[in-house]
Each structure stands twice: as C-alpha cells, then as structure tokens.
Write a protein that binds this ligand. Structure first.
Ligand code: SF4
Length: 871
C-alpha cells in the first residue's frame, strides 16, 4: 500500500498566519512536534476569518453577539431588532418555528435577514470546523500509526489532501474539503433527488427544466406533502453529510421582494452568501409573446423549449426554438451583482441573450438564500416546478399576515366541464399520432385511461346540473360527493391509477401532439383535488366543501386558463373549497424552522391553530415614541347620529357628507401626503360621486392633488410614481385606496409620503360569499377539536387584520411621524378594540372624537400637526 498522500506545505504565507510555522510540520517527517500548539488551537486559528481585500467593507458595520452568534448589521439596531434577531437565532438553533409580530417600521426585514444569515454563517463555520477536526483526527491517527512503524495498518486516505483543497475558502456550490473530488458531484445522500422527492436547491445545479421537472413528476406528489421529519443538526458529532441549510425567504408580492433585496444588499452577508430569486415566466420571459398564437407564456415556453431534434425525430444538434433557452447557462452569478432583483436579472438576461427564468432556477441550485413569493413555498406543484426542497431548510415568511388565506386559496380546486370537454378532444387527437410512434400500446393505454375518466367526470357533472338550476351555486355534502366519485369508479380506489397515469403522461408530454398546457393543468388540478381528499385515509376530506357552480367561471384558482375552443352545453364546475390552511401548511413543516413574521399577526393563538403547526410566539413593541404618533376615531356624523359605515349607511347622504368633511379637515391640517382607505371600489366610487356633486371634491382638490388606486396593474406603478412626487411638494397629495389592495399591504409610505392615514369603516368580508359562510360554519364545528376560533370571531379577525395593515402604512421608522383617523363608531367598542394591533390600541387610548370636536380649530390633531411640522 502506498503512503498516505497528505501534504501540508510549510512555505505558504497563509500557513504562517495559522501558527503552524514554528513546528515545520510534515506528516511524513516522523513524530509531529505539536507539544506547544494543541490541535484544537491550530484548528481555531485556521478558521479565524480574515477578510480578503475585496471582501465586504467593514465601514459602518456593527457586530454584536446575539444568542451566542456573531451578528453583523449595517446600522446600530433598535432594541426590537435585537429582540427579533435573538428570537430568530434561538428558533433556528432549536429547529423550531416562530410567529413574530413586529410593527411596521421596526426594521423587521433587516433583522430577519441578519439573524438568519448570521446563524447560517456560524453554522457553516461550525460544520467546517467539525469536519476539519474529523480530517485531522484521521491524519493524526494515521501518523501515529506510521510512527509506530505499523505501515501496513495505516488508514488509507483516498484523496489528495493538499493545501489548496484543504484551506481554500469553501465557496457555495463549488468543491471544497466537504465535497471531496470523488464525491462532490453527487448531492449528499439525504438530499439526493429520488422519485417522489421534490426539488433540489442547495444540492445540485442540474438544470434540466420544465420538461425534465415534469418527467420526474412524482407518482406520490400529493401523498408526499408531509414528507420527511425535521432534523435539527445540533449534534457535536455530525454525520459527514451534514450540510449548511438553504434559506427560502418569501413575501407575498414581487414588489415586497424588491424591498427585501434592497435590505439584503445593505448587509455584509450579501457579499458572502449567494442568492437567487424565483419568478414566473410572466415576469422573466424574453421571447416576444403573441396572444393570437399562445394562451399563456407558459404554453409558449413549453412548446419553444422542445428540442428541434425531438420534434423532427432527427439526430441534429439539440437546439430549441428559443435562442434564450439555448443560451440560458451563460447567465450566472458572475454576470450579476451580489444582490439582484427581477429587474436586474431580466436586464442581464436581455444583454446576454440568456433566459432569466431558467438561469434563476439554475442559480438557485447554487444559492444559500432564495427569494420568492411565498405561494411558491406553499403550493406543492410550484415547489415541484421550481425545484424547491424545504426538507431541513429554513423558511422565512415576511409580511405573512395573509398566509391563512393564501393556503386556503392555493388548495381550493375548480374543475370546469368545458375544460374537460376540451381535454377529451385534445387527447383523442393526440391518440392518432401515438399510433405512429414507439411504445404505442403503453401510451395508448394512458391516453385511453384519461379519455374514459374525463368522460365519466363529464357525465357526473351533467347529472348534477339540475341541482343548480335555480341558483347559480349549490353546496354539496362531502359524503354524497365522495359516494358519487366511488360509485362512478373515479373515487378513492381509482386515485392510484389516476396518479400513476398522470406521471406517465407527464413523462411522454414532449412527444404528445396537440395536448396543451391547459389539459395538463386540468389533470394536475384533478390529481391534487383527489390527492387532498384521499391523503392519509381521507384525513383532510372534512376540510373541504364541494360546491357546484353553473355558468362560466373565471375563478379557477388553482390553474387559471382560458378556453377559447368550441363548447356547447351547460358549463358546470365543481369547486372544492378548502376550509383549513393546515392542509397546505403541513407541507412546510418538513423545514428545519419556519419563521413567520408580520406587523399584524394577532391574534396569534388563532393563527397557530389555523395553520396546525407548533410555533413559539413573540410580539414586539413599536419603535416609535408616543409623541410622534396621533391616533383617534370619529364616532358620529355632523347631525350627531352615530357614524357606522355599514353597507346600508354608506348610501345615506349625511354619512357620505360627514365622511367627506372629516377627510377635508384632515387634509387641511396635514402637510404633504394623506392616504385614505375605503372598504371597496364600489364604496369609493359612491363617495366620490357624491363629493363631486356637493362641491367637496373641488375643495379637496384645492388642498391636495388627488390620486386613486387603480385595480389595473399596469396603471398602478405610474400612479404611485406620480403620487410620491406630488406628496413631496407643499400642497401635498391624497391617495384614495382600498383595504386589502396593493397600497394597503406591503407598500412603503415613509415621511412625507404619508403624514396621515384615514380609514373609512371596517373591512368585514362579504357575508354572502360562500367561502366566508362555510368557513364560519367550519370554525364553529371545529372550535373545540382543532381549537379554532369561533366563526364570528374569525370573521372579525379578518376585518381588523386588513385594517391594521392599512394603518401600518403610516409610521415607517424611528424618526417618522404621522396621524391615523379611523372613521367608524364601532371601532371604539371594547370588543372591537381588542382586534386592533397592540401599538394602535396603546396610542389610541380614549381619543374618540365627535364630529364637532374634530372640526374644532384647536384640538389634539391640529396641535400634533403644528408641533410635528416644526421639525
Ligand atoms: S426559455 Fe425563457 S425566454 Fe424562452 S420562451 Fe421559455 S421563458 Fe421565454
């Protein structure tokens, strides 16, 4: 046997820095002379990080030990930020989950990033150190064996252990001592992709996208939702495959992500920890999109990336019809700044003529922090497509107050009869071509299976059409629905076949002619619907309510597709309304830790039970001081009648006029920007029409430039740009918006952009909405067993969470200031005060105004504005 190939060069200056120089040590030269330097000290010195000249700037950087971890921050943190970081680190260390309520403006995002990434950095160093110790153990043992002259019993060291290999700073996604030359190309054992295991981020950089992802589509996608148990790695003797987790950082919108990435850019970690961002083709595709040819960009992409050789059945080079796809690998981290958002990504892709969509996915495989909208983390189909693997990784959900709604929406499935009809047509067409190809029998069997199954679904839906003849909807009892499925052979016993044939169909999708993405989407929707119902012996069946709908319906929440083909007859749909967010949230619990943060999570107890997961809870105070915020309510109209902004009352002229005058008063005393929130666009239009008739609109216009939030996405950015600049000038501006809209959630209005917020009414959900009434019934039924809050409480919480969100637009940082006027008598009721965010409740106190008090020249609001304007 040859000698162990272990070389530690003593000539390296870097080695001198480690303290090894005095020993002149080589494992080949007799007994090591390490008496004066203990092994642990040597290792400690090896891993004392010296920043390279082009490393992150230390200027303005604050370093603090929090919860035993060295945390670097770009600013001196507020007390609440330290508390938040402490909670984050503690939670991740323990492999637990945490709900963090921290008011907007308290620097929550920066604290979340710094806390998580500081732990990640420390974890990387811990693993490096342990593994290095393990290597040294081996070397020392071998050396001792050597020195005992027992060469034949030496342990064999497989790989060259050179200085370059051992001491080069390990770079994420690249080979290091932890991924030895022979093994580094394979993902760690517990992380390897296997059939039925979703995602590969953090493990492999293979980028065989779309078709490949679908080809690997699991036979047990839905039944695997709960996946493997978490396993925090705090052991002092970790297994050799231990790895640094990946952080998935989700917010609700891309706009919010842009803000988060701005914060990430401020941190020292941005230069040390690689990021990527995931987004759909709608935002990233570079191919010109022709609506006359394609229904969606996904459809276009699926066709364009098919290799020409596969289409033409030739052996010509594998190129596709999309030059950006062929060139996708040229867009990498090296072409981008350390922190980049979607705009940067698309710009770089356009310059390099490389597809940003596929490049971002590819870069995600090499990143340690991945930003994405949080429905990507929740929805198992998107997780699969985006190769998101949550197992043992860290999930941070920022601005997560809507998580319950998003989980329920994502799990709600709609199956439309006309889509079934379209799918049958397409499959019949595809079957003709199958005859000309290979594996004809197997393929034909799968296509026949779906044609037959879809025809049964079609027949069943037609049979139900009488139930919805008078009204457009009808609720269906779950037992009856399940019995109908089973009696027709499309129920539980058939589900396994459905799932099996779907994976086969997805594997052969590239060679199927005429089968569009909408057919695939329909089958996936059916698969997920059945999967949810039959999973784990139907444990979630009672979490769904089947509903029949008649007529065209565009709210196919799971897969929105339009069908323009011929369809004759009544369009009936079956919708499975999901009542419990826990159905989908269960899929997240395989993560090592979930940190769910927002300014408005209360009541957190209810949220824990709705999500069906264990959480530690931490509620932090606002950083702003009392004298910088004014909060009050308006209780009555000009006529002294109580001012209740119910739907009926809002039609009364005296209510409309009193609200108008109150807003005028606020605009009169407030400098610069004012935000005003309505319950709905209808209510907004109603009031504005009245004010235009009475002349109040003109008065308002003389005080402020007037802007209205648009429900049209394309107008939104332009309107906001104009509002922001108008708010800066002396006259200032008022922006009318709606609760739960873009302006009320996730947009930043700091300083002059919002010196006052006026809220009109309380945004209670529509009581006629079936989803709302069924959810209330569901909560009543499960208030004991699942510890859910009762239906009416849930209803109130929905309203006040939306209201708290809108109020949160006002004060955004320690030195900000602003006023909040809540117009509605009901807010002052004790039972409703409890639903307000704690900081709002604290600052409100007994500040409940009558109309006359508000109009009075000298009141606390005018004094507040006068005082603060002097700053
Ligand atoms: S590969 Fe990229 S650029 Fe080409 S069609 Fe697909 S998403 Fe668009």
């Amino acid at each position: 046997m040859s000698s162990p190939i272990v070389v530690l060069s003593s000539s390296s200056s870097s080695l001198e820095e480690t303290g090894w120089e005095s020993e002149s040590y080589s494992p080949f030269k007799g007994k090591p002379t390490v008496k004066s330097t203990k092994k642990s000290e040597v290792i400690k010195k090896l891993f004392t990080k010296e920043k390279s000249p082009d490393g992150p700037s230390k200027q303005n950087e604050i370093t603090i030990m929090i919860a035993g971890v060295k945390v670097n921050l770009p600013v001196n943190p507020y007390g609440t930020q330290k508390a938040l970081i402490h909670q984050v680190i503690k939670t991740i260390k323990a492999g637990q989950n945490c709900l963090l309520e921290s008011p907007t403006g308290s620097g929550k995002t920066l604290a979340l990033l710094c806390g998580t990434l500081a732990w990640l950095q420390a974890e990387k160093e811990r693993i490096n150190k342990l593994q290095m110790e393990s290597c040294f153990e081996e070397i020392f043992e071998n050396k001792m064996d050597d020195s005992a002259g027992n060469a034949n019993n030496r342990k064999h060291v497989d790989n060259p252990f050179t200085f370059e290999v051992s001491f080069a700073k390990p770079e994420y996604g690249k080979k290091s001592i932890y991924s030895s030359p022979k093994k580094s190309d394979s993902p760690p054992k517990h992380y390897a992709m296997s059939s039925g295991s979703p995602g590969t981020h953090g493990a492999t950089s293979i980028d065989e996208e779309q078709s490949q992802t679908r080809k690997k589509y699991k036979a047990e996608n839905i039944t695997n939702i709960s996946d493997s148990p978490r396993s925090p790695s705090n052991s002092q003797n970790p297994p050799k495959h231990e790895r640094v987790p990946v952080v998935y950082y989700g917010t609700r919108t891309h706009k919010q992500l842009q803000q988060v990435i701005k914060e990430f850019k401020r941190t020292v970690y941005c230069k040390e920890i690689r990021m990527s961002i995931l987004a759909g083709r709608d935002r990233t595709c570079l191919m010109p999109f022709d609506r006359k040819i394609w229904k969606t960009k996904d459809d276009m992409c699926a066709e364009c990336i098919k290799t020409k050789s596969s289409l033409m059945n030739t052996s010509s080079p594998q190129t596709s019809s999309c030059k950006f796809y062929d060139n996708r690998m040229s867009l990498t981290h090296s072409n981008l700044p350390p922190a980049f958002d979607i705009e940067d990504l698309v710009e770089a892709g356009a310059k390099l003529k490389a597809c940003p969509y596929f490049a971002a996915k590819s870069m995600a495989a090499k990143a340690k922090i991945i930003f994405c909208p949080y429905n990507y983390l929740i929805n198992p189909f998107i997780r699969e497509r985006m190769r998101i693997n949550l197992a043992d990784n860290i999930v941070v959900i920022d601005e997560g107050h809507n998580i319950e709604d998003i989980c329920r929406d994502e799990a709600t499935c709609t199956i439309e009869r006309r889509r079934i009809s379209e799918a049958v047509d397409q499959l019949q067409y595809a079957k003709r071509y199958v005859k000309m190809g290979q594996d004809e029998a197997a393929r034909g069997e799968t296509i026949d299976f779906f044609i037959k199954t879809l025809q049964i679904w079609d027949k069943c839906l037609i049979e139900q059409s009488d139930r919805v003849s008078r009204e457009n909807t009808d609720m269906w009892n779950m037992n009856e629905f399940m019995a109908m499925l089973n009696e027709n052979g499309i129920g539980q016993n058939n589900y396994h076949n459905f799932n099996f044939h779907l994976s086969k169909l997805l594997r052969m999708q590239d060679d199927l002619y005429g089968v569009g993405q909408h057919t695939i989407a329909l089958l996936e929707t059916m698969d997920s619907a059945l999967g949810y119902l039959f999973k784990d012996e139907c444990k979630h069946a009672e979490d769904f309510v089947p509903m029949l709908l008649k007529g065209d319906d565009s709210r196919a929440l799971y897969r929105r597709r339009s069908y323009t083909g011929e369809f004759k007859g009544a369009n009936i749909s079956i919708r499975l309304l999901c009542m419990s967010p826990a159905v989908l949230f269960e899929g997240l619990t395989k993560a090592r830790s979930i940190i769910l943060a927002s300014g408005t999570l209360s009541p957190v107890g209810s949220m824990k039970h709705e999500l069906g997961a264990e959480f530690n809870v931490s509620c932090l105070n606002h950083v702003i001081s009392r004298e910088r915020v004014w909060i009050g309510t308006l209780r009555n109209c000009e006529s002294s009648e109580q001012l209740k902004c119910t739907k009926d009352n809002m039609e009364k002229k005296q209510v409309q006029d009193s609200i108008g005058k109150a807003i005028l008063r606020v605009c009169d005393v407030t400098p610069h920007g004012v935000l005003c929130f309505h319950s709905s666009y209808t209510s907004m239009r109603l009031l504005h029409q009245r004010w235009q008739q009475t002349g109040l609109w003109d008065k308002l216009n003389s005080l402020k430039y007037i802007f209205k939030e648009s429900d049209n996405t394309t107008d939104h950015d332009e309107i906001m740009k104009e509002y922001y600049s108008a708010a800066e000038v002396d006259r200032g501006a008022i922006l009318f918006a709606v609760y739960r809209g873009k302006v009320s959630e996730g947009m930043d209005f700091r300083d002059r952009q919002a010196r006052a917020v006026v809220t009109i009414g309380v945004p209670f959900p529509t009581i006629g909405d079936k989803m709302v009434t069924e959810k209330m019934k569901y909560n009543d039924k499960h208030s004991n067993g699942k510890k859910l809050m009762r239906g009416w409480d849930w209803y109130n919480v929905q309203a006040f969470r939306a209201m708290n969100q809108a109020i949160g637009r006002c004060v955004r940082h320690l030195n900000d200031w602003g006023a909040v006027l809540m117009i509605d008598e009901r807010i002052a009721e004790q039972r409703n005060l409890e639903y307000l965010s704690k900081w709002v409740r604290d600052f409100l106190g007994n500040n409940h105004f009558t109309f006359d008090e508000l109009m009075h020249r000298q009141n606390s609001l005018t004094r507040f504005m006068e005082n603060m304007s002097k700053e």
